[in-house]
Design a protein around this ligand. Structure first.
Ligand code: DHB
Ligand code: FE
Length: 285
């Protein structure tokens, strides 16, 4: 029998472990449900079902395939993998629709691993890292401005990312609570600076139902290395984003389809690791 003690905490998180943590995190943040708009519900539910019916007819889906789907859906729920599945395969289109009219910084998907309330600094942050944290040191800085380029005072820049093995604190076992999570409140110059390490590519856990679906389809389970950001400021539309690294593996083939050309960083060599600057221009609220 495998017990938690047998699992190498740094290198072997499970789909069920990540999934259940992601499900619990989502339950905490779920937006308050408003009154049901029955017309809208009938439209969305009806069209979704019609799309499924169309696939059944077009591909002559068999009872064996229908039962495989039922069994897969049941397992995704039992292991808590719905946030992983939806954020990888659906969120990118919701994000495009939601933010189509932005004039300032483009964003991309939030993903399942955001936690509010990371340790806060003013202007500069040494992002919490383990004493033996692996990975190339990364100095990441920029300025938060309005659309005209005027610096924004009191903007909050939240950063979270995977470690050098592709794992997130609070979702993979054995990582300190706020590891590689930090937030900066800007001063009048709108400037922020994070000292951290470069993350590794992220792999959707392969031992669960979502991994089984990906391998059944013959796809790969990888996202390119990325920094997650959320930037908010008084009177401005908040932006949720991710930044990628030029030339990085999977930048051109992200399983979550969340890469946009504007989000690819070009870091340069610094005295200690690599450095990069990226500014956020925020639309009015
Ligand atoms: C998933 C993980 C991520 O780190 C991310 O940025 C997006 C999606 C996921 O496993 O669903
Ligand atoms: Fe991520």
């Amino acid at each position: 029998m495998t017990t938690t003690a047998d699992v190498d905490p740094g290198t072997n998180p499970t789909a069920a472990g990540s999934g259940q943590n992601a499900t619990a995190t989502f339950a905490r943040k779920e937006r308050a449900a408003g009154p049901v708009d029955h017309g809208r519900a009938a439209l969305l539910i009806g069209d979704t079902l019609a799309a499924i019916h169309e696939v059944v007819r077009r591909h002559q889906v068999t009872y064996a395939e229908y039962d495989a789907l039922k069994s897969w859906l049941i397992t995704v729920g039992e292991t808590g993998e719905w946030p992983l599945f939806l954020d990888v395969f659906v969120e990118h289109v919701v994000e495009q629709v939601a933010n189509a009219d932005r004039k300032g910084a483009v964003g991309t998907i939030e993903g399942p691993y955001y936690i509010p309330g990371a340790p806060e600094s003013a202007s500069e942050a040494d992002v919490p890292r383990r004493a033996d944290e692996q990975g190339t040191p990364l100095l990441f800085q920029g300025t938060v401005t309005d659309l005209d380029g005027a610096a924004l005072d009191g903007a909050l820049v939240e950063l979270w990312h995977a470690d050098d093995a592709g794992y997130y604190s609070q979702f993979a076992p054995g990582i300190p609570e706020w590891n590689l999570r930090a937030q900066i409140r800007t001063g009048t110059d709108g400037h922020f600076l994070f000292r951290t390490i470069a993350p590794a590519p992220y792999q959707v856990p392969t031992d669960g139902a979502v991994g089984a679906m990906i391998s059944a389809a013959g796809w790969h389970p990888w996202r390119p290395a990325h920094l997650h950001l959320k930037v908010t400021a008084p009177g401005r539309a908040p932006v949720t984003s991710q930044l990628y690294f030029t030339g990085g593996e999977y930048v051109d083939d992200d399983v979550a389809r969340a890469v946009k050309p504007e989000l690819i960083l070009h870091p340069t060599a610094g005295p200690d690791g690599v450095e990069v600057t990226y500014d956020f221009r925020l639309d009015p609220a």
